[in-house]
Ligand binder design. Structure first.
Ligand code: BES
Ligand code: ZN
Length: 638
């Protein structure tokens, strides 16, 4: 790119110029952003953040422009400057509202918008500059932010804002090098305008809070001293309250949800202790969980220091708490050691599912861990059967030219976890656990790819440890680069599920009526297994019998409820319809919504699907909308 004209910000940047991360325009090998200072005013009326991002950069090629990722940002102007004074090793600069900088206008230009990648922002910096300040505001449709009206919250009193940056949505609210291979520290000042009605609104970030009593009301300060990739920068603003769980953990939730959330999450400290005993110290000081309104498109998001979670895990009996074990596990796999590009998502998610099950086993016993492993295995088989491209069944995939949100599948999660389980069984925990711990220690705060793991596996496990007698030696190539699940992979089994299978056989054959089923003492996991195992040809009358006996349509366990509603639609059991509509109007979790809308389509109820979607769409997150738009348009995989 040459001669940039600041008055004509339309120069174009072709995707051929994209660097080693196919989902980022940034060129960190030329200039690397080290720290971001963020300063925003939050406007719920306009649904925008307005302010500036100040980037401290390390220039490796003094000639090269600073190329950033953006999407739908309204950029007002860009300035260049020099950091006042040196930053000592291990120190974090405070740049959100840095003073004493002699700013000069910088030339900048944005490239052609790309539907997946957004737009490159290219800034020309004078030779001696190491700061760039971008004055901007976010677009009202920023894909990384969801602005909720009061009616979409549990308490219904205040609006709510939260971010979801993974995979490549940080660029829609922060101009940055939006690649998981680039880590930054950050600091922020967030202003939430104060009125009598809004004075209870709190701002939270994936960072250490630096709020002090002498700061102006409504002004929140943060610093994140550990370097993290942009997809882990997170913000939430709403009327939430805090409850401590332990010395270094707690929960944030809307007032009416707080006590229920704290009770559900009571095991968090024990989870941390288990993870630390296996994989070394927790390196993020605090672990808090923010329970969001139900529109949240995911189950959980591992924003460092502050996991974001759906309220649909609050089952009242801690049965869905493995999701928190999962997000906590990301404090090692993902946040400490990060996939360098989205092609290797399995290094984040496969490791995390593996660790999640180790935590569940330590806290709730092997039986429960096995049930969860079996449910996961079933998810994987279903996913493999649905994949359109066989290449997508590899752990290391090629997502060039595709939206990383679309490349997200159970393969990275469950096939990844199964691979690690095979290594664990092959070499024994005595060798395998310290091996994984070394992986984290030696790659802490860096980003890695599959090749790096293959080398480490060979050096640190295969060449120094013997497989256990009769066990299979490591076969990384088959797992990482081969399609599907290699034959002879670990096959989890569960006695508790075997009992359910007996009941299923008796019920399916008509030998046992619904009321006579031996369901006494069944856990929610067993119920899930039961519902998933019901024969395809089961008539609606049998569902009615089950419902009469077990009140499934009224279930308050969202995993069971979603499974049941899907069954109801598929088997034309219309008594679920009302609950289904209510569900589709309140819950935004994509994992639940996609199968439910798909079920409506496959049950020849397109008109119902379209009617409900037309009403509910405005309340769904942009990511959920994107998937559902494609599903309802019949555009294949979503
Ligand atoms: N990091 C993921 C969520 C994610 C992945 C968002 C890829 C965007 C792109 C998070 O840790 C996760 O895996 N959440 C799961 C729950 C988990 C228990 C499997 C979810 O949201 O369902
Ligand atoms: Zn995860």
């Amino acid at each position: 790119m040459s001669a940039l004209d600041p008055t004509n910000p339309t120069s174009s940047l072709s995707s051929a110029e994209v660097g080693s991360d196919p989902h980022s325009y940034a060129r960190p090998e030329e200039i690397r952003v080290r720290h971001i200072g963020l300063s925003w005013t939050v406007s719920f009326e306009e649904r925008r953040l307005a302010g500036s991002a100040t980037l401290w950069v390390e220039r490796r090629d003094r000639e090269a422009p600073l190329v950033l990722d953006t999407r739908d940002l309204e950029i007002e102007r860009v300035e260049a400057g020099r950091l006042p004074g040196a930053v000592a090793e291990g120190e974090v600069p405070r740049l959100a509202e840095v003073q004493d900088v002699a700013w000069s206008e910088a030339a900048w230009a944005v490239g052609e918008p790309d539907a997946v990648l957004g737009q490159a922002l290219s800034v020309t910096l004078p030779p001696d500059a190491d700061l760039a300040r971008i004055h901007y505001r976010t677009g009202p449709e920023a894909t990384g932010l969801q602005w909720l009206g009061p009616r979409q919250t549990a308490d219904g009193t205040d609006p709510f804002l939260y971010s979801q940056s993974q995979a490549i949505h940080a660029r829609s609210w922060i101009p940055c090098q939006d690649s998981p291979g680039v880590r930054v520290t950050y600091d922020a000042v967030v202003r939430v305008p104060q009125t009598e009605a809004s004075k209870d609104r709190v701002a939270l970030m994936s960072a250490r809070s630096e709020d002090r009593a002498d700061h102006p009301a409504g002004e929140h300060r943060f610093v994140m001293p550990q370097p993290i990739p942009a997809y882990l920068i997170a913000l939430a603003v709403g009327r939430v309250e805090f409850e401590a769980l332990g010395d270094r953990s707690g929960v944030w939730a809307e007032p009416s949800v707080r006590a229920r959330a704290a009770a559900e999450l009571a095991d968090v400290e024990r989870m941390m202790a288990v993870a630390e005993s296996l994989y070394g110290p927790y390196r993020w000081e605090r672990y808090d969980v923010l329970v969001l309104p139900p529109a949240f498109p995911f189950g959980g998001m591992e924003n460092p220091r502050l996991t974001f979670a759906t309220p649909t895990i609050l089952a009242g009996d801690r049965s869905l708490i493995s999701l928190v074990a999962h997000e906590l596990a990301h404090s090692w796999s993902g946040n400490l050691v990060t996939n360098a590009t989205w092609d290797d998502l399995w290094l984040n998610e496969g490791f995390t599912v593996y660790i999640e099950r180790r935590i569940v086993e330590a806290l709730y016993g092997e039986g429960r861990a096995r049930m969860e492993a079996m449910l996961g295995r079933q998810d994987l088989e279903d996913e493999l059967a649905r994949l359109h491209e066989p290449g997508d069944s590899r752990l290391s995939v090629d997502l060039r030219g595709r939206d990383p949100d679309d490349g997200m599948s159970d393969v990275a999660y469950e096939k990844g976890a199964l691979f690690l389980r095979e290594l664990e069984e092959g070499y024994g925990r005595d060798a395998f656990d310290p091996f994984i711990r070394r992986w984290f220690d030696e790659h802490a705060f860096t980003s890695v790819d599959s090749e790096e793991f293959e080398g480490f596996l060979e050096r640190e496990l295969v060449s120094v440890a013997e497989p256990r007698p009769g066990a299979r030696p490591a076969r990384p190539d088959a797992w990482i680069h081969g399609e599907g699940v290699p034959p002879g992979a670990p096959a989890p089994s569960s006695d508790a599920f075997a009992k359910v299978d007996e009941a299923l056989a008796a019920f399916g054959a008509g030998k046992t009526g619904a009321r006579a089923l031996p369901t006494e003492g069944w856990t929610p996991h067993q119920w899930l297994h039961f519902l998933r195992g019901l024969p395809a040809e089961l008539p609606a009358a049998s569902l009615a019998e089950l419902d009469a006996a077990y009140s499934l349509t009224a279930s308050s366990n969202y995993e069971i409820l979603a499974q049941w509603l899907e069954l109801g639609v598929l088997r034309d059991y219309r008594a679920v319809d009302e609950r289904l509509e209510q569900f589709l109007h309140t819950v935004g979790r994509r994992k639940f919504l996609l199968p439910l809308y798909e079920a409506l389509l496959s049950a020849d109820r397109r008109a119902d699907a379209e009617r409900i979607y037309a009403q509910a769409r405005a309340g769904y997150h942009p990511i959920t909308r994107h998937s559902l738009d494609r599903l309802l348009a019949g555009d294949g995989p979503s």
